[in-house]
Design a binder for this molecule. Sequence first.
Ligand SMILES: *Cc1c(COP(=O)(O)O)cnc(C)c1O
Length: 229
Amino acid sequence: MQTAKQRLDKVLSSIHDAANRAGRAPDDIRLIGASKAQPVAAIRELAILGVQNFGENFVQEALEKQAALADLDLIWHFIGRIQSNKTREIAKHFDWVHSVDRIEIARRLSQQRPADQDPLNICLQVNIQHEPTKAGLDLESLDAVAHTVNELPAIRLRGLMVVPQPTDDLVAQRDPFAQLRTALERLNAQGLQLDTLSMGMTADMDAAILEGATMIRIGTALFGPRERK
Ligand SMILES: *Cc1c(COP(=O)(O)O)cnc(C)c1O
């Protein structure tokens, strides 16, 4: 059994190596602990080791963990599928939402963001490979959605997110990430100011960093296997 410290050191050194290969600064890549199905104690352990950002997929589970960890200064990211009846809780309890894929959801998050909080940071999730079971918008509708979402008052559109199909081949892994980066560059050329590419998980983080990821969402490599429900 590896300790949390050993797992974290390994992830940090992978980030470092991939950043070096890409000619990038490791500090430009924010590590998010994908903590779904992981116990509060494991999150606390990583937080004490210096991980400040955590991503959750389920609202109820996240709220319970946030309450149990309220003594720590953590940054919470919502990375799961968004049901419209959950937007109020998400708008109130998260700093970032990576998985926005409809204008309607963005509008609700903007309306429901409490006035005394900073604007909510948003990424649009793109379904690059047109997978029918996966969340995310098509690349073809991205530009129009991005420009509309960018005008909403209580959210800040920060960038794009993708969860590609798993593959072991590094070249195949890089392709959807490169497409996401190109889409971000295109939106910026159209006048948006996006600074975030949320891409890369345990199995494809090197490919994501090589293609410019600024946030990677790491579960298994950081926590070990998830508890089965
Ligand atoms: C679970 C999850 C991750 C982390 O996956 P690992 O393969 O365990 O690193 C990242 N992003 C999203 C959206 C997830 O649901």
